[in-house]
Design a protein around this ligand. Structure first.
Ligand SMILES: [Mg+2]
Length: 121
C-alpha cells in the first residue's frame, strides 16, 4: 500500500490529514518539522509528501529543496496557509507538484492525493 509522508508542526493538522489518507487506505508517516520530514523521506521513500511551509527546525521550502536534491522525481504537494502565495510559487518552481490552502476540506485532500498518486509523473 502506498506510503504518504505528512509534515506539519501542528498535531491537529497531521491528525486531520492522517484520517483522510487512512480512509483512502494509505499508509501514513508523520513528521513534525522540516528536518524530520527530510529524514523520514530518506527512511521511507514515500510515494507522496504533503508538506507544510511554516515549520520549526527547517521550513517547508528548505525541506522541499533537500528532498528534490535527493530525488528529483519526488512527488511533493505543499499545504500552505493563506497569504503564502509567493512561497507557494517558489515551491512550484523548485518542483512541488501542487498545493492545497488551509483550511482544507477532506475532499480537497482526497482529490489532490489521488491525482498525484495515480499520475505517472
Ligand atoms: Mg506550520
Amino acid at each position: 500500500m502506498p506510503k504518504v509522508l505528512i509534515a506539519d508542526d501542528a498535531a491537529f493538522i497531521r491528525m486531520k490529514l492522517k484520517k483522510v489518507l487512512e480512509e483512502l487506505g494509505l499508509e501514513v508517516v508523520e513528521a513534525a518539522n522540516g528536518a524530520e520530514a527530510v529524514q523520514k523521506f530518506h527512511e521511507h521513500n514515500p510515494a507522496l509528501v504533503l508538506l507544510d511551509i511554516t515549520m520549526p527546525e527547517m521550513d517547508g521550502l528548505n525541506a522541499l529543496k533537500s528532498i528534490m536534491e535527493a530525488n528529483s522525481s519526488a512527488r511533493v504537494v505543499m499545504v500552505s496557509a493563506l497569504g503564502q502565495e509567493s512561497v507557494v510559487m517558489q515551491a512550484l518552481q523548485l518542483g512541488a507538484r501542487d498545493f492545497v490552502v488551509k483550511p482544507f476540506q477532506p475532499d480537497q485532500i482526497k482529490q489532490v492525493v489521488q491525482r498525484w498518486l495515480t499520475n505517472g509523473s
